[in-house]
Write a protein that binds this ligand. Sequence first.
Ligand code: GRF
Length: 209
Amino acid sequence: MTHYQSSMAEKTLVILISGRGSNMEALLDAKLPARVAAVISNNPQAKGLATAQRRGVETAVVDHREFPDRTAFDAALAVQVDKHRPDLVALAGFMRVLTEPFIEHYRGRMMNIHPSLLPEFPGLDTHRRALATGSRVHGCTVHFVTPVVDSGPIILQAKVPIEPGDTEERLAARVLKEEHRIYPEAVRGFLEGRIRMGSDGAVIVDKAH
Ligand code: GRF
């Protein structure tokens, strides 16, 4: 392959989900400069699998309950992901904690969307916790995945004001809208070579393009 051909080669994205798949759908809708080679779920019941199939995207299930431990599950998952030689792996509501070898294998080429303004509220129940602490502002974060859960280098964030009388559901819906906006934006930046993770782990955003 000549340099010209390789630099023009179509990029490949693999999306990992566990449930509803609305962030996955936002990525499919975004007309990204990449082929979504597969949507893979650890949960055979994930609603997003049917959505992906309807849209003609290959799907696979690696059911974590069929493996004795996280290491065995992650090894099987990596086989499924690597079949597609992805340039980027996008975690989109993927609800399993991944082991360090898996994360290191995809260092600098795996992103996650998290429903809070990290480093605030890593983990679960972010909307409830944001309401409980009386914060005025909440939001979402796209970050590169590194071994400590929800603490990788931040690529993009969107703030969402907390309104008087907000419920968890209302707040979650407003945050989700922003997730659907910033996740494709971050993925596009990566695929176009404008966003990357440097060797020191910091995010590099090239504004010259
Ligand atoms: C999103 O809020 C995402 O940030 C979080 O889990 C939710 C998944 O929703 N990690 P969906 O499956 O993308 O609809």
